[in-house]
Design a protein around this ligand. Structure first.
Ligand SMILES: Cc1cc2nc3c(=O)[nH]c(=O)nc-3n(C[C@H](O)[C@H](O)[C@H](O)COP(=O)(O)O)c2cc1C
Length: 436
C-alpha cells in the first residue's frame, strides 16, 4: 500500500492521567476503573481519527505506585468492552511474554480482533519488575533471557494465528462439514521454552495477525521489534536521541529483510497545552505544585532500579550502575540528568510528569511544530499521546492540536479503511507457504 506519509496517533489511555498529580486537577475525572470515562475519551479519540487507543499494563499493585497504575482493568477485558462502543479506532493492549502463555495470548487477541472487526493490537512487553514474580509462583528471568523467551513466544503466537485458512469454516449444511480438515494447520512447535501443538481454537482473525506493538528499547528489545513488530512504542527525550533510536531501529528492520516503512516508530508525547505559553507553563506549575516529592521518588527509583535513600535531593544524581530492570529508561534518565544538570528532586518531578517520555509545554502551534519537526527529521512516524489528565487534556489536544496537523496535511481528515492495518497502511499477512 503506498500513500502519503502521515503522522500516526495513539491515545495512551491511563484513567487517572499521565501526570502523577493529574487526578488532583479540579477538572479531572479520575479512575482507571471508571469505564464511563474510559469509554468517553476513547470515543473522543475516535472522533478525532486517532489510529488507536493504547492500554499499558502491569501485574502488580501498591499504594506508592503511579495513581493510574495502582488499580486498573485487565486490558483485554477492557478492550472487549471498548470494541462494543467504537467502530473504527484501533484497540491496543499490553500483555507480558514473561508471565503469559502463548496459547492464551494468541486466543485472546484473535478474539478481540473478531469482536472488533479487525482492530486489535498486542503490545508485547517482557515485564521489568522482579516483584511481579511474587504473584505468579515463579522466578523472574534476567533482562536478556526475558527477550529470548519473548522471541520464541511471539513466533508461537503468530504460528497459532495461522492455524486455519480464511475459508476453513465451511459450515456447509448440505455436506455436514463444519470445519474443513484440509484447511487446518497444526503448529507442532517444540522449542527451547515452549511446546505448543495447536491448532488455535478460533478462526483466523480479520487482520490475519492482530497488529504487533513492541515496547522495549534496549538492543535486544530493538531486535525483537525489528524482526516481529508493526509498531514500536518508545520513550525518547530529545530530538537527537529520538533520531538515533529511529535510525538504529530502522537499520535493524532492514537487516531482517523488511522494509523500513513496515515498522512505525511512535514515541510517547506528553503535551501540556495552553492558549499562550504562559498559560501552558502555569498549567504545568499547578500540577507540579500538587506533587509530593515523597510520591515522586518511588517512581524515579523504580525506573532507575536503585534506591536513592540517603542522597541529598537537591544534589546531583550519583553515578549508579545501569539496572537491568528497565534498562533503556534508566539510561535515558541518567543521560537527561547529566545533560540538563538536574538535581535528584528536579529529575523526580520530571518523572512524575511524564515518566521519561518527551514533554512539551506550549501553545497548540508549538505542540504541532514539535510533532512536525520530529516526524520530518527522522525521529518518529507518529506519537502515543499522553494527556496529563482526563478528559480535558485530551480535549485540548483533539480540539486545538489535531486541526493544525490536519491543515498542514500531516494527519488524516477521516479514516480510509476499517481495520487498524488500514490505518497503519499495512497489508494483511498471507498464510505462510508451508501452512498454505
Ligand atoms: C515505551 C515503553 C512502554 C512500556 N510499557 C510497558 C507496560 O505497559 N507494561 C510492562 O510490563 N512493561 C512495559 N515496558 C517495559 C518493557 O517491556 C521492558 O520490560 C523494559 O523496557 C526493559 O526492556 P528494555 O531495556 O529493552 O527497554 C515498556 C517499555 C517501554 C520502553
Amino acid at each position: 500500500m503506498s500513500r502519503k506519509r502521515q503522522i500516526h496517533l495513539g491515545l495512551f489511555l491511563q484513567g487517572a492521567g499521565h501526570h502523577v498529580s493529574g487526578w488532583r486537577h479540579p477538572d479531572a475525572e479520575a479512575g482507571s476503573e471508571n469505564f464511563e470515562l474510559l469509554r468517553r475519551v476513547t470515543q473522543m479519540a475516535e472522533a478525532a481519527k486517532f489510529d488507536m487507543v493504547f492500554l499499558a499494563d502491569g501485574l502488580t499493585s501498591g499504594v506508592d505506585a503511579h495513581p493510574s497504575m495502582i488499580a486498573r482493568f485487565e486490558p483485554l477485558t477492557l478492550l472487549s468492552a471498548l470494541a462494543m462502543v467504537t467502530d473504527q479506532i484501533g484497540l491496543a493492549a499490553t500483555a507480558s511474554t514473561t508471565y503469559g502463555e502463548p496459547y492464551h495470548i494468541a486466543r485472546a487477541f484473535a478474539s478481540v480482533d473478531h469482536l472488533s472487526h479487525g482492530r486489535a493490537a498486542w503490545n508485547i512487553v517482557t515485564t521489568s519488575y522482579a516483584r511481579t514474580a511474587n504473584n505468579f509462583s515463579k522466578s523472574h528471568p534476567e533482562h536478556d533471557e526475558r527477550y529470548a523467551v519473548a522471541g520464541e513466544f511471539v513466533d508461537v503466537v503468530c504460528g497459532l494465528w495461522d492455524s486455519w485458512d480464511d475459508d476453513a469454516f465451511k459450515k456447509d449444511k448440505q455436506s455436514g462439514v463444519y470445519a474443513d480438515p484440509a484447511k487446518v494447520h497444526v503448529l507442532d512447535h517444540a522449542g527451547k521454552y515452549y511446546s505448543v501443538k495447536g491448532p488455535l481454537n478460533i478462526p483466523r482473525s480479520p487482520q490475519g495477525h492482530p497488529i504487533l506493538i513492541q515496547a522495549g528499547s534496549s538492543g535486544p528489545g530493538q531486535d525483537l521489534a525489528a524482526r516481529t513488530a508493526d509498531v514500536v512504542f518508545t520513550a525518547q527525550q530529545s530530538l537527537a536521541e529520538a533520531q538515533a533510536f529511529y535510525k538504529s531501529l530502522k537499520t535493524r528492520v532492514v537487516a531482517f529483510g523488511r522494509r523500513s516503512e513496515d515498522v512505525a516508530v511512535m514515541p510517547g508525547f506528553l503535551a501540556v497545552i495552553g492558549r499562550t505559553s504562559t498559560e501552558a507553563a502555569e498549567k504545568l506549575a499547578e500540577l507540579d505544585r500538587w506533587t509530593d516529592i515523597k510520591s515522586a521518588m518511588p517512581l524515579l527509583e523504580e525506573r532507575l532500579g536503585h534506591s536513592l535513600a540517603g542522597h541529598d535531593l537537591d544534589g546531583p544524581l550519583p553515578d549508579l550502575p545501569i539496572s537491568d530492570q528497565l534498562r533503556s529508561r534508566a539510561e535515558l534518565l541518567t543521560e537527561l540528568a547529566k545533560r540538563e544538570k538536574l538535581t535528584i528532586r528536579q529529575l523526580a518531578l520530571r518523572v512524575a510528569a511524564g515518566r521519561g517520555h518527551h514533554m512539551l509545554v506550549g501553545t497548540p502551534v508549538e505542540i504541532a511544530d514539535r510533532m512536525q519537526q520530529w516526524f520530518e527529521a527522522g525521529a518518529a512516524d507518529g506519537f502515543n499521546v499522553m494527556p496529563p489528565f482526563f478528559p480535558q487534556g485530551l480535549e485540548d489536544f483533539t480540539q486545538l492540536v489535531v486541526p493544525i496537523l490536519q491543515e498542514r496535511g500531516l494527519f488524516r481528515l477521516d479514516y480510509s479503511g476499517s481495520t487498524l492495518r488500514d490505518h497503519l497502511g499495512l497489508d494483511r499477512p498471507a498464510l505462510p507457504a508451508a501452512a498454505g
